[in-house]
Design a protein around this ligand. Structure first.
Ligand code: ADP
Ligand code: ADP
Length: 228
């Protein structure tokens, strides 16, 4: 129900070597689907995602979420949640505290509502028995489940994932691919998923956006994109 729109979005970095255009005039619309942004290392995927999250400024163009221009909004004012390859968990906190931290900007929720959200999300990711554990005691797969739970507990309109499975071994990766697909089907959320892994794109995507050298080359269902 929520549309994410990138309208001619460009990111230029200026440094001692001169100006580099990391993302070049990218236009894209994502709605109630899992869109995979696919391309080789350095092509601009992470920069694109970070602009949607508000963690990076936009040089030119505009980003709308749910019909609202969020281009200059703070990350906390975008209704997004993001998950990274390296989990980004707080090692000083328990699993449950990490997940509740995702709600720290939701000041309108009571303690009971927070607990309830954390518990139901923990169940969804099969980590309800780990809530009191230290995150440092967890396996990689468990850590990534906590990171996903912490993001989803916010009930975001837009879900952003940057190579979320890249730190996991092949077996776990394939298992989590299936779990994430199920989650996507159940929640029917607007998801942008960055990877350089064609297999991941092929198996998970409703649509694939192929990026190269900062430019979107193709956008379409996996089977169409791979035929070309
Ligand atoms: P990808 O996620 O596809 O690997 P990135 O978005 O990380 O690509 O990077 C795209 C390009 O932007 C790369 O050439 C990278 O070197 C450059 N870049 C990324 N972040 C910065 C930065 N903070 N300063 C300068 N250049 C950057
Ligand atoms: P601050 O204390 O300045 O709010 P945060 O670490 O919470 O610092 O990050 C700044 C903003 O970035 C937050 O308001 C939050 O909305 C957003 N943010 C950070 N990490 C994530 C994440 N994993 N998912 C969604 N939003 C995030």
């Amino acid at each position: 129900m929520v549309e994410l729109v990138l309208d001619a979005v460009t990111k230029r970095y200026d440094d001692a070597q001169g100006t580099e255009t990391a993302v070049d005039d990218v236009s894209l619309s994502v709605e109630d689907e899992l869109l995979v942004l696919l391309g080789p290392s350095g092509c601009g995927k992470t920069t694109t995602l970070r602009m949607v999250a508000g963690l990076e400024t936009v040089t030119d163009g505009r980003i709308d979420i749910g019909g609202r221009d969020v281009t200059d909004r703070h990350p906390s004012d975008r209704s997004i949640a993001m998950v990274f390859q390296d989990y980004g968990l707080y090692t000083m906190m328990s699993v449950g505290e990490n997940m509740a931290y995702g709600l720290k900007h939701s000041t309108d929720l009571s303690k009971a509502e927070r607990d309830e959200r954390v518990e139901s999300m923990a169940e969804m990711f099969g980590i309800e028995d780990l809530l009191d554990r230290d995150v440092t005691d967890l396996s990689g797969g468990q850590k990534q489940r906590v990171a996903l739970g912490r993001a989803m507990v916010r009930e975001p309109d837009v879900f952003l994932l940057d190579e979320p499975l890249a730190s996991l071994d092949a077996k776990l990766r394939s298992q989590m691919r299936t779990e994430l697909q199920q989650l996507q089907e159940e929640m029917d959320i607007t998801t942008m998923y960055v990877t350089h892994d064609q297999k991941e794109a092929m198996t998970m995507a409703d649509r694939v956006a192929v990026m190269n050298d900062g430019v979107l080359r193709q956008v379409g269902p996996p089977e169409e994109v791979y035929e070309n």
